[in-house]
Design a protein around this ligand. Structure first.
Ligand code: PEP
Length: 257
């Protein structure tokens, strides 16, 4: 049985005091360790504060991005080793805001995934279609293209997945308009099928998160779907009560780590 995960993407929000407050609130919610696995993605400037609060707990944290070179003259960028140095285990790669606002291509996403793996980080690779693409019936084609770009980097020698894929329809991010559980399940099943063409064992074990307006009141229905292994949560991860409600829904989805 696959574990279930709830990941909170804080995006470009928060100062030190917020990081301490939010992290402590999650820790005080006393979820059974690793059920679900809870990971937070604060801005780089807050990684240290989060790590200080969470270092002896089951809570995990990660970076929202990284650069594909190890070091050098890349002003403003962050390397995988720097994230590891902050105690990160995970890194978000190819979030739609990075693909759209910063024009990250599939090839760049793949380069970042490669360097994240070499750095010992687990990439959470985000994929998703726009509203127009869905309206044109191009959802599967877009997801296929984005997933195919990183599939060669999957750990094919073992049946242990080395990455997580988050399906985040762009029309659902920050809009309050979540995909229905059925819509999300259909795309998750499609992604698992793409991976199964490489390895059925890996496909069975691969964690697939759904992201896009996950809230306390829709999380249970989403997490109840066969191929949805948790959520990547943006706005609601900054609201303690909502985020904990989402984590509780994941706990109740009844999967052990
Ligand atoms: C996100 O940014 O990854 C996200 C899913 O945002 P929201 O939950 O606010 O839609």
């Amino acid at each position: 049985m696959r574990p279930i995960m709830v990941a909170g993407n804080w995006k470009m929000n928060g100062l030190s005091a917020d990081a301490v407050h939010l992290t402590q609130a999650i820790l005080h919610a006393e979820m059974e360790p690793m059920r679900p696995e809870v990971v937070i993605f604060p801005p780089f400037t807050l990684l240290h504060a989060v790590s200080q609060e969470a270092k002896s707990s089951a809570l995990r944290w990660g970076g929202q991005n990284l650069f594909w070179e190890a070091s050098g003259a890349y002003t403003g960028e962050i390397s995988g080793a720097m994230l590891r140095d902050m105690g990160c285990r995970y890194v978000l790669i190819g979030h739609s805001e990075r693909r759209q606002i910063f024009a990250e291509s599939d090839a760049q996403v793949a380069q970042k995934v490669k360097v994240a793996l070499l750095s010992g980080l687990t990439p959470v690779v985000c994929v998703g279609e726009t509203e127009a693409e869905r309206a044109q019936g191009a959802t599967e084609a877009v997801i296929h293209r984005q997933v195919e770009a990183v599939l060669p980097l999957l750990n094919l020698e073992t049946s242990q997945p080395n990455m997580i894929i988050a399906y985040e329809p762009i029309w659902a991010i920050g809009t309050g308009l979540s995909a229905s559980p059925e819509q999300a399940q259909a795309v998750h099943a499609f992604i698992r099928g793409l991976v199964a063409a490489y390895s059925t064992q890996l496909a069975k074990r691969l964690l697939l998160l759904y992201g896009g307006s996950v809230k306390g009141n829709n999380a249970a229905a989403l997490f109840g779907q066969t191929d949805i292994d948790g959520g990547l949560v943006g706005g609601a991860s900054l609201q303690v009560g909502e985020f904990i409600q989402i984590c509780r829904a994941a706990e109740l989805a009844g999967r052990g780590g």
